[in-house]
Design a protein. Structure first.
Length: 275
């Protein structure tokens, strides 16, 4: 399950559905065209645990944008009432199950209420180039309260812009962030990075000849996130070279796009397990 919380969009797939729909609208597609495009490209088969996530995320997104189609609304409400979405939460703690149940009921009531008028959708941050340079060292504050290891909420970490990768689909440059093996209550002197190593973000096939690991992740960050997570450039390093670090040189770049919420949860787990 790709969820890091119980809210409708505390879920990687739900965020992908929302973002793909918005992207199609910004590209000039009609509401109906955008809906059909993402149904063909993203909708799981009925019975898949992400099937209700798809319809609920699409419906809530369309409602918020003043574009909710009746058939999308009806499908989402039917799936909420069926309890299909809650099946994947049955193995979670009862408190989490209840929170998800409440989130679904709130979504249902939202979909049944008058939606706001349709307005032009501004270009989101993930359709813009990230405002950094390769080699930059950034401060980043973990702010999600509903992460698995909540003791790291409010802690600062340090990121390295490991690369700026050109995205052909959106024609933007996306930052890939490596995470230093450090956390603290305040932003440190950036010179500290000279004595720090990096965290492996994900390891695959551990203990086998096929073992590999990921060292960097792209995070979808907008102006609001920059303020909320207190992201600042602490140091620029135009001479930075990934090959200067054995960990970075031998690691892989993540292929997906992480939300700050997912990233907070991922890093908190890494800090708990490694420091």
């Amino acid at each position: 399950m790709g969820a890091w919380g119980t809210a409708i969009f505390s879920d990687d797939f739900a965020c992908d559905v929302r973002d793909d729909y918005i992207k199609q609208i910004i590209k000039g597609k009609s509401n109906e065209e955008a809906t059909e495009i993402i149904k063909k490209s993203m909708m799981p088969e009925s019975g898949d645990e992400d099937y209700p996530v798809f319809w609920i995320a699409l419906a809530v997104t369309q409602w918020k944008k003043g574009r909710l189609l009746p058939e999308v609304r009806d499908m989402a409400i039917a799936l909420i009432e069926s309890g299909d979405d809650l099946i994947r939460w049955e193995e979670e703690p009862p408190k989490q199950y209840k929170k998800r149940e409440a989130a679904l009921e709130k979504a249902k009531q939202t979909l049944l209420s008058p939606m706001p008028p349709a307005k032009k959708i501004p270009v989101p941050s993930w359709m813009k180039s990230d405002p950094w340079q390769k080699g930059d060292v950034l401060s980043y504050k973990i702010t999600r309260e509903d992460i698995d290891y909540s003791e790291y909420c409010g802690k600062y970490i340090l990121l390295r812009v490991e690369d700026m990768v050109f995205n052909k689909i959106n024609e933007t440059y996306l930052a890939h962030y490596a995470v230093f093996a450090w956390y603290g209550d305040e932003i440190p002197n950036p010179a500290i990075v000279d004595s720090l190593t990096y965290l492996k973000l994900r390891e695959v096939e551990a203990g086998t000849p096929d073992y590999f690991y990921f060292m960097s992740e792209h995070i979808s960050i907008d102006k609001k996130d920059i303020k909320e997570h207190d992201i600042k450039v602490l140091m620029s390093d135009p001479a930075f070279n990934t090959k200067d670090s054995e960990l970075l040189k031998n690691g892989r770049q993540g292929h997906g796009i992480s939300s700050p919420g997912y990233f907070d949860n991922l890093v908190a787990k890494l800090l708990h397990n490694n420091l």
